[in-house]
Ligand binder design. Structure first.
Ligand code: N7H
Length: 515
């Protein structure tokens, strides 16, 4: 059985954080074996899942106690450390086993075109080799820097005999005051996460659906079919090296957000006809909610389509009506990236019977069947991903707000340091971006009422890869306008680069990476 002491803390629990530093490094040429020695000294610093859970528990109890006693809960000093390696990092370490994931092996630069990125917008630092990343978290920048210094010392960073050099670093921090936990467009983020079997007790995000099997996130566990699906034949399991057990793939994305431009679009295309009454949203707020699928508070529009209701902020117990986008557009960001019940109308229990995938959820079964040619070849099965993002950059300035455009000053760049974990990148992040967010025909809704041949591009992260305008349908509340297109114009989220990493288990760090 799984021992969560073996799993790095960011994967299943998340490192507690107000601030986060991604320190990307290269192992110096020819220094693989000395790096391994240094890595041994880093291992005691690595935050495990157990430690991360304990920290969150302490905060929760502390806050409760403080609230009961009517006092302010003080900031707890804390710092977390995780480490991950790219395929190039494995090579630098002389680890030559095939880990069984093509997307990882080729790296994100090679994948950029498939993801819809424009490489001229990439930060040049991500076009150079990156071997690994230290993910450092803390509740203050001071502590963050202290931990970074500690790590640098271990690798004698900056000295002649250092074993690493810096590739680049990115710092994120939660937004100030009530915006804490909200990303820069203003939406509450990090709400919907898959529950992992026997790890997250009792948090099942969708009624009637089982938590995902551990292998959806962790390599080598049940459900890491790591399946490859050669066309026309049965699914075949990939083989993983033994050291891959309890590791996970990390997809890291450096995403810039054009906030004044996004806000201006919402104002200029504000939905009309909302009576001005207390509690009613503005047309701009309503449009924003229909692009995302949740109100800024986090409340899902499927549960409360006409006005925000912060009491619903964390609710996951909703299922989209697969035939209809009145309550939530088919192309809304959360519907694109997690269609929930949306694929249910493509068949029936027949599929499950035929596939005999006993331990798959119906949703997963659908995806497998769909891949086998019932619908479009693009709809490869996807399993869940666990997201761990943090905002970066300053708040929008008055000048930017007045001019309704983001400043070209790099110091004012803002956005999201997006990170997610999964056991299979081709079924996870890569698939979500390419086959769902960027694909106009997803989810397939030709049988909806009325039929919707092309739901459109994900307004938040979707890229039009076919030269046609970036657009979606279904933003109007009026069902007869179900197929009326809304053109977004230029993108509001711009990829500045990223990389795919592998986050090894603690035993693998000890016995393989640092051995
Ligand atoms: Fe997304 N946003 O603020 O609009 N995302 N996202 N995302 N996202 C979600 O449930 C956002 C990005 C997913 O299960 C919420 O946490 C922004 C990428 C998935 O219901 C909000 C950016 C990918 C979910 C945002 C961004 C995803 C999700 C609702 C980039 C993967 C869960 C709050 C700057 C390819 C869906 C929540 C579910 C939710 C926003 C990026 C995926 C508000 C601004 C790159 C799977």
């Amino acid at each position: 059985p799984l021992d969560i002491n073996n799993v790095q803390g960011d994967i299943l629990e998340g490192l507690g954080k107000k601030a986060e530093l991604y320190f990307f490094f290269r192992i110096k040429a020819g220094e693989g074996s000395r790096f391994r020695e240094d890595l041994r000294s880093l291992i005691p610093l690595i935050t495990t899942t157990t430690e991360a859970k304990k920290f969150h528990q302490t905060i929760k109890e502390g806050k409760k106690e403080a609230a009961e006693e009517g006092r302010h809960f003080p900031l707890i000093e804390n710092s977390g450390v995780n480490v991950s390696f790219s395929q190039k990092g494995l090579v630098a370490l002389g680890i030559s086993d095939d880990i069984g994931d093509n997307v990882y092996r080729n790296g994100m630069l090679a994948d950029a075109k498939a993801l819809g990125d424009d490489l001229t917008e990439w930060d040049p630092n991500f076009k150079k080799d990156i071997h690994g990343v230290f993910d450092i978290t803390a509740n203050s920048m001071v502590v963050l820097d202290k931990t970074l210094d500690h790590i640098k010392k271990i690798f004698r960073f900056g000295h002649k005999d250092a074993t690493i050099e810096e590739a680049t670093q990115l710092r994120g921090h939660v937004r100030p005051g009530p915006e804490s936990g909200h990303e820069h467009f203003g939406f509450n983020d990090g709400l919907s996460q898959p529950a992992v079997k026997d790890v997250d007790a009792g948090v099942v995000s969708e009624p009637g659906e089982k938590p995902v099997r551990q292998g959806v996130i962790l390599l080598g566990r049940e459900g890491d079919d790591g399946l490859v699906f050669p066309p026309g034949s049965e699914a075949q399991p990939v083989t993983r090296p033994s050291w891959a057990l309890d590791g996970s793939f990390l997809a890291f994305r450096y995403l810039k957000q054009l906030v004044p431009e996004f806000d201006t679009f919402l104002q200029e295309n504000a939905l009309k006809g909302i009576p001005p009454a207390p509690g009613n949203p503005t047309g701009a707020d309503l449009l924003g909610a229909r692009l995302v699928g949740r109100w800024k508070s986090g409340a899902p529009i499927d549960l409360t389509p006409l006005r925000d209701n912060p009491a619903f902020a964390k609710r996951q117990d909703f299922r989209f009506d697969p035939k209809n986008q009145e309550r939530c557009p088919f192309a809304a960001h959360i519907r694109k990236t997690n269609p929930r019940s949306d694929l249910d109308d493509l068949g029936g229990t027949e599929i499950r019977r035929r596939l005999n995938m006993r331990s798959l959820t119906l949703r997963q079964a659908w995806r497998h069947e769909i891949w086998h040619g019932l619908e479009s070849k693009l709809l490869i099965p996807i399993d869940a991903v666990i997201r761990r993002g943090i905002a970066f950059g300053p708040e929008v300035t008055d000048k930017e707000r007045r001019e309704r455009r983001s400043s070209p000053d790099e110091k004012l760049e803002r956005g999201l340091l997006f990170a997610c974990y999964q056991s299979n990148l081709g079924n996870g992040f890569h698939f979500m971006q390419q086959s769902w967010a960027n694909t106009r025909t997803f989810p397939p809704k030709k049988t909806a009422v009325p039929p919707v041949p092309e739901p459109g591009i994900d307004p938040i992260i979707g890229v039009a890869t076919d030269m046609k305008p970036r657009q979606m349908v279904g933003t109007s509340l009026d069902i007869s306008g179900s197929n009326t297109e809304l053109d977004f114009g230029a993108r509001w989220v711009i990829s500045r680069g990223g990389e795919y990493f592998f986050t090894p288990s603690i035993p693998a760090l000890k016995n393989t990476f640092a051995a």
